[in-house]
Each structure stands twice: as structure tokens, then as C-alpha cells.
Design a protein around this ligand. Sequence first.
Ligand code: HEM
Ligand SMILES: [Cu+2]
Length: 528
Amino acid sequence: MKMWLTSTNHKQIGLMYISTTFFFFILAGILSLLIRLQLAQPDQNILTPHEYNQIFTLHGTAMIFLVIAPFAFGLGNFLVPLQIGAHDMAFPRLNLLGVFLFIFSGIIIFLGVFAEGGGAFAGWTAYAPLSTMIVGTGAGQDLWLLGILVNSVATIMVAINFVVTILLYRAPGMTMWRMPIFTWEILATALLILMAFPSLACVVCELLLERHYGAQFFNPAHGGDPILYQHLFWFFGHPEVYVMILPYFGVVTEVLAVFSRKPVFGYVGLVLSAFAIAGLSMGVWAHHMFTTGAVANGFFSGMSFLIAVPTGVKFWNWIGTMWKGKLEFTTPMLFAVGFLFNFLIGGITGVMVASPPIDYHAEDSYFLVAHFHYTLGGGALFAVFAAIYYWGPKMFGFKLNETMGKANFWLMFIGFNITFIPQFFAGIEGMPRRVFTYAPTGDLGWLNAVSSIGAGIMAISAVGFVLNVIVSKLAQEPVGDDPWGAGQTLEWATSSPPPEFNFHALPPIRSERPVFDMRHPELAEERH
Ligand code: HEM
Ligand SMILES: [Cu+2]
């Protein structure tokens, strides 16, 4: 117990992030099942409108701030020092403070539900004036705001740590152009956090000042403007969706290369496209505000279309990596390929809603809910599972059961698509999001029933995953340094789990795959 409270070791802190996100994933998953239960049929009253508003607010908030983004910080904490040949992160104590602030932020956010009047209810976007409303709301919204503020400070801390570690703590020979793609994506993510998160911290403080100290930032009656809130929120909010996907682009790239038994295809293109995406993502925020009529739709639509170009480069390189490879469909590989399928649908529907005429119809409908679940659920979440199955042996010292793993994947993949494909059509038929029920018009009844069945299948898959962890932990089959026998990057040159100081000795580093070069010197290629 003492080690969990005091160790500043990056691997320990990585596991603290990962186990905490897993706990919040279970909570946020249960909340999503409650939503699907309420929406399974029209005109149901299993939940009251206020309960429903609190539940989707907490579900979305948790999945974004307490699951998908921090899981990547945990994985990065565990892996980045290993991948660059360092013994730890640059600021170990700041790292420990950061993970505790993160855990604390989650507790504060969830404590809100016990406040008089219930928890936050204004969605994960907390738009003013809904979120500045005091009358009839208790401390739930304030605790949510405080939790988000603490979470944003913790996130800025971990980003600083990643940038300094990656730029200054690489082992001799580990030049920037020899770093693994995952580490590059973490660097792009950390820089994006430093550019975007201050806007979140600032707008949360403004909301708290407006709720309790008479500030009038967003109140038009006193010269304020609710549109200002949306600008400040989405200046953070859109880059945040890339903070939640860039690390997983890295996960998928590494898994595809290892289980295609090939080097990454288009290494430089993958690196440059990560920074192109990060840069462009700072210039598209107002595509969330097309329907306000208060922004330059043409400009922000054009910028949003542009992001498809570097994303296309990534898809091209992922396909190139698999092309003519010796494909091995292990569980991590299945989740990585599932990611490609789902994220493609998420990406294409993203381009659709980046067009203002289509967005006028799709905004705040279930078409949009389906779109961002394909990118964040079908994309990022699938990559989370790929990462656990792929790097699990390195982190825990045992492999998860492959047969149960494949069942986990197929149930998750089928369940996911059954859940969210009907939502596109419910949205096209005009079903609004964030409303606790709907009238039995058109196809909405059966579309939602099918969607809820899909969510049930996903839940069974998630239970299967938990069982797999328990069964595999009990079996505790020991694994060597390179359990998949195809390691390329440095983490596969040390034991599983690694020793406290990471490496007894480092292999020579002359390319982006030093472990492969060490094992196959006859095939080794130098990369400058
Ligand atoms: C695991 C299965 C999941 C199911 C069944 C599910 C279901 C839903 C549904 C039905 C809504 C819409 C509620 C409404 O607008 O009335 C919703 C909202 C949302 N979900 Fe999920 N979700 C899942 C996973 C995820 C994941 C992995 C993320 C990742 C970030 C996520 C993020 C969100 C967000 C941000 C919202 C918007 C909340 C708001 O309107 O403020 N969900 N989810
Ligand atoms: Cu956006």
C-alpha cells in the first residue's frame, strides 16, 4: 500500500492512472447502460428528466476526463521512458502529485451526485447560461467545475513532464528520428494539451466567478455573451478530442507493425501527420458553433475538411504497414484492425458534419452522438483494449488469455456497431440528443431497441474482459522479455515487468527498431 502512495517511479504511476481509469470506465459504462435502458423504448419513465440529465453529463464527463485521455497518460507514463531508454520521467515528484490530483478530480466530480439537488446536469460541455443557473441547483455543478479545474491542472502537469522527458532524457543514440511512433504521438499530444487546456481552466474559473461572485462574462443583460463561453470551451474542446486520439494512433501503429512482422510504413509521414493534425485541430473549434450563426462557417468548415488530409496519410501508412505482411490476428491486432474500421466511419461522418448545411440538420441529434462514439468509443476505446492486450504482459508479467480475448473483441465489435449504427438513422429522422425520452414516431422505436441490445452485448464483452484479467492473473503464466516474439522498440529489451531502473543494459540504437536490429543484425538498417 505504501508503494502506491509514495513511489515516484513512472511505471508505478502509470499503473495508478490505468487502474483508476479502469474503475471510472466501469462507472461510466454502467451510466451508459442506464441511458440505453431509458431510451430502449419511447415514452419510458425509468429515469426522471433531471436524473437523465445528470447521468449523460457524468457519463460523458467521465469517459473524456477520467477514462480515455488519462488512460493514455498512464500508458505514456509506463512506456515513454522505456521506449527512449530513460530510467524515469523528468519530474518524478510532479508526476506523483499529478496522478493524485487526477484521482482527486474524479472523486470530486462524482461526489457531486450526493449534493442536494443532485449532480451536474448541463452536459460535459456545461454551456452558459444553463451552467450559470443557481436557482434549483445545488453544489453538484460547482463540484463538477472544481473537479474539471483540478483535472485540467493535473493534465497540464503530465504534459510538461512528457515534453521535457522526451526532449531531454533520451538515451545515447536515441535521436528524435529514431523514436517510436507512440512516443512521437505522446509528444504531439502533450504540446496540444499545453496549447488548449489553459482555455478550459480559464473558462471554468469564469463560470465559478459568475456563479458565486457576481461576474457577468456570459450574461447579455450585463454586457456578457454566452457565445463567448462556447468559443472558450471549444478552443479547448476540439483539441481535446485529438488529445484523446493521437496517443491511440501511436498504439495502433505499433501493434499493426509488430503483428504484420514489418517495420512501420511511412515513418516520417506518420510523424509529420501527427503534428499537422495537432496544429490544424487548434483552428477548427467553431465547427461546433455553426448553428449559432455567430461564426465564419466557411472558414471553419474548410479548416475542418483539411484535417482529413493528414488523417488520410495515417490510414495510407497503416494499410502500407500491413500490406504483404505476415499478418497474425492476435487479440491486440484484432482490436487495432477494429479501430481502423470504426475510426474510418467516425472520420467520414466527421467530414459530413463539417459541412454547415449537413450540420444544420445533424447538430444536437443522434447522428452526432453516433459520430463521436465511432471516433472515441469505436476508435480510442478499441485502442485502449489493443494496448492492454499488447503491453499487458510487459506491465503485469503475464499474458491475457487469447481465446477469451478474441471473444472479448468480437462481442465488443459486433455490440458496438449494433449500438451506434441505428443512432445515425435515429439522428437523420430528427431524434435530439440530451432528451430523456422521445415520441414513437417513424422508426425511432425499433432503432433505439436495437441500439440498446447492442449496448447490452458490449456490457457482456466488458464482463468477459474482467473475467479474462482474473483468470489470467490466477494462471500467472510467466512471460519473457518479448512475449510476442516480434518486438521492435526498447521496452521489449528488458524483463516483464521491467526492473525499478528499467534496463540492465541498452542495446545499440541505430534505427527506430533497435530490438529488431539486435535480434536480426543481418537485416538491421541505420536511420539517422
Ligand atoms: C461503451 C458504450 C457506450 C454507450 C452505450 C454510450 C451511450 C451514450 C449515449 C446513448 C449518449 C447520449 C445521451 C444523450 O444525449 O441523451 C452518450 C453520450 C456521450 N457519450 Fe457515450 N456511450 C458509450 C461509450 C462512450 C465512450 C467510450 C465515450 C468516450 C469518450 C463516450 C462519450 C460520450 C459523451 C462525451 C457523450 C455526451 C454527453 C453529453 O451530452 O454531455 N461514450 N453516450
Ligand atoms: Cu470539433
